[in-house]
Design a protein around this ligand. Sequence first.
Ligand code: MLT
Ligand code: MN
Length: 331
Amino acid sequence: MTDGAAARRARRPRPFFFGISLLHILVLGAAAGGGFPQWNSNDPVARRARAGDVMTRPRTQSSIAVSTDRKKWVLFNASPDLRQQINENHQLQPTADSPLRASPIAAVVLTNADVDHVAGLLNLRESQKFAVYGHDRVLDVLTRNSIFNVLNPDFVARLPMPLDTDLALRDGNNEDLEVRVRAFAVPGKVALWLEDKNAKNFGTADGDTIGLEIMDGSGSSFFYIPACAQMTPELAARLRGAALVFFDGTLWRDDEMIAASVGTKTGGRMGHMSCDGDQGSIAAFAGLNVQRKIFIHINNTNPLFVANSPERAIAKAAGWQVAEDGMEIDL
Ligand code: MLT
Ligand code: MN
């Protein structure tokens, strides 16, 4: 993309009608795969989180919800913790005047086939109408794994989300949700559980990892990029001047899991750029004039989870926030 999201944004009308904000964003889960604390983690920080230390608040796995009317919500990724997220966020629960079976969840948009992004679909069985959007590469994964047939095709539409195309999202009754998305490929990797060890780049193809620009009809727009391996010039041009970007905060430093003796992989090997370092996201965003930058999809080893850590102070000084479950933003 060269013509620039910034130019497109500038052409749009102002983001407010009569002072009413139109894009409502709710962070459902700020952690990466495994959540925080991860089920088998006995790290000191995990122990503090379990003990209720307010400096190390727990986070569920990676997902946000977006609505323009606060009645119908679009999930961006379906986390394995979705049932908990619904129970903790009244916005996603049936209201007093709903029918006996009802849900405000009108659509789910998938950014990749990570376990932390698709497993939650299995919570949404029960013949409730909604739509699932994904790139063909990700929809193919659902087709090939018959467990996803628990989403009865008579009720749940699976709809392709082509790259670099403005798409108006619809609910399971084909009604316009007044949320638009533009999907774009970002550097990344096929989901860990789909890696082909014998293939070049583990069998990764365009569409395996996407970023999204999420828009309403009035000109509000923000970016949701929970996985990204590298800041390319194209991506930088796209993000320049954005009002808000949620960005991959998986690791603070590339070798963090190795240094902590809890893993053998670098962030680069996992398809995630790190926050810190010359090639890291904090440096990459430094000149981009993004108005609000929020790390999301944060791994349990990342010191950003400790609210008074030196790393959190560095991120804050560079203008970054750390997503928390339940965080709400109106654009
Ligand atoms: C990732 O973001 O790299 C994956 O969620 C890793 C995993 O599947 O555990
Ligand atoms: Mn993930």
